[in-house]
Design a protein around this ligand. Sequence first.
Ligand SMILES: NC(=O)c1ccc[n+]([C@@H]2O[C@H](COP(=O)([O-])OP(=O)(O)OC[C@H]3O[C@@H](n4cnc5c(N)ncnc54)[C@H](O)[C@@H]3O)[C@@H](O)[C@H]2O)c1
Ligand SMILES: [Zn+2]
Ligand SMILES: [Zn+2]
Length: 366
Amino acid sequence: MRAALLEEIGKPLSIVSDVQVEDPGPNQVLVKVAHCGICHSDLTSVEMGSAKLPIILGHEAAGVVEAVGSNVNRLQRGDHVVLTPLAPCGHCYYCVRHQPTLCIEAQSFMSGTFPDGTTPFSRDGAAVYRGFGVGGFGEFAMVSELAAVRIDPEIPLETACVIGCAIQTGVGAVLNTAEVEEGATVLVTGLGGIGLSIVQGARIAGATKIIVSDPVAERRDHAANFGATHILDPNEEDVPARARELTDGIGVDYAFDGAGYVPLIRDCIAASRIGGTTVMVGASMGADALPIDVVAMFLSQEKVLRGSLLGSCHAHRDIPRFLALWQQGLLQLETMISHRRPLAEIDQGFDDMRAGRGIRTVLDLS
Ligand SMILES: NC(=O)c1ccc[n+]([C@@H]2O[C@H](COP(=O)([O-])OP(=O)(O)OC[C@H]3O[C@@H](n4cnc5c(N)ncnc54)[C@H](O)[C@@H]3O)[C@@H](O)[C@H]2O)c1
Ligand SMILES: [Zn+2]
Ligand SMILES: [Zn+2]
């Protein structure tokens, strides 16, 4: 099959057409990928590495089931599916405690292989790995049957693919992780696909003030359309001070970092009110030391800092739920997609992201 391969960290991807694909294992499905969005986590993997090489990255994909393994009876050839990077097994320690993204089986999503250490792809007999549990930058993706969520075939696959990561991560962080309530005040730092999905989630939750910041003017220009009420340039304004000012000196109820820079976590904590919650959504891959006055912040002021992985989503509950919100006109999907490119232009897609151009680039593999 044809695929974009990361062979060396920091280098452009290679478009190859000789990847060998095995038949699906008993509980696996082979999906013909139609569209796959580019997420900053893919860019971080290109620039800093994540799992083994060579690897087919891409984890925001939708497509059509091509073949199913012998034990699969929930899905059949021809089904339209959205793929999820984290497929909860349903019965491990975390799944039964309603923490599906912490599922023990699903943690292999960072390893480049299935939980048993295998990969279905190879080239000239050498293993090729798959990124973030999906591997959507190829003509076919092989996933656990639990990682494919069937959708109505009338829904365009291009529209649906952004649910796989951006929407699950951003909207889920608001509705599932933080459980933002009506009337709450919210700050979002970073306005890429993830941050703008957080903004959408805050609007759906009924937040009354949605304060946002991003140094890139084009990103700020999109924010009001998705629900932001106050838009700040962090190069011009002191974001925590402005957030407190805009909330009558109290601070926001919830602050979300959607950019992935450690200093922004400190800003979010500073912007949040006494007893308020900061949610870390952006995935900082740099030096992670963060000096915080823990006694003042967490003991005396009862502030909360928590992480959110893929929006704490249960894909089989939340992908249909987000599609229903879209069908009701409450969630925007099409406007999240600013660029469409063929697989051969994947590196230009990464360049768009580096420059903060547009919102999401979606690759067309159909
Ligand atoms: N928690 C999860 O499960 C999860 C899932 C997917 C992605 N992520 C992470 O989320 C982050 C965002 O991903 P994306 O695809 O939206 O990336 P993106 O590159 O499209 O957007 C990031 C935005 O942050 C902005 N930014 C940079 N410095 C800033 C600052 N000082 N203040 C405010 N904004 C600033 C950039 O200008 C950019 O618009 C990445 O770190 C990614 O790895 C996390
Ligand atoms: Zn992602
Ligand atoms: Zn589990």
